[in-house]
Unconditional design. Structure first.
Length: 147
């Protein structure tokens, strides 16, 4: 397994990995309608459009992206996703350490993460603590045409 900076060519694979993780891992902790909306809004174009606003790494094994992590320049982890078949093998911890070291170089004293319920234990195991519980509302909008 190798960790490297993400490239434009990685974004489609990253989006597929994120959707699969949401559907297989996060689905255990969230209702079906939330999973559907959450996974449905994950697209390669979102990664491409914000590439200059974040620093992003991918974990690669045998030419397959098996995880990724990114952070913005305001000391916040934006996302950390690991393929369901590779969870519990230390990959998330290694990606997180890369992000932490990068943010330290930026001068960050504290790191903010908006974690899912599914990842709460992972972050606690890596030294993070809950400072505030929030609810992330995902709204499904129904559009209708007006004639």
């Amino acid at each position: 397994m190798k960790i490297r900076l993400a490239k434009d060519k990685d974004y489609a694979s990253m989006a597929r990995l994120q959707r699969a993780t949401i559907r297989h891992v996060n689905a255990k902790d969230y209702p079906k309608d939330i999973i559907s909306v959450w996974a449905g809004r994950t697209k390669a174009s979102r990664y491409r459009n914000n590439a200059k606003e974040v620093k992003r790494w991918v974990a690669v094994d045998k030419n397959q992206i098996i995880g990724f992590c990114d952070h913005d320049f305001n000391c916040e982890i934006g996302g950390l996703y690991i393929h369901k078949d590779f969870q519990g093998k230390g990959i998330g911890g290694k990606l997180l350490k890369n992000a932490e070291q990068s943010m330290k170089k930026l001068g960050c004293k504290k790191i903010k993460i908006m974690s899912t319920v599914s990842a709460k234990k992972f972050y606690e195991k890596n030294g993070y603590k809950i400072i505030k519980k929030t609810s992330h509302l995902i709204e499904k909008r129904k559009w209708r045409s007006i004639s």
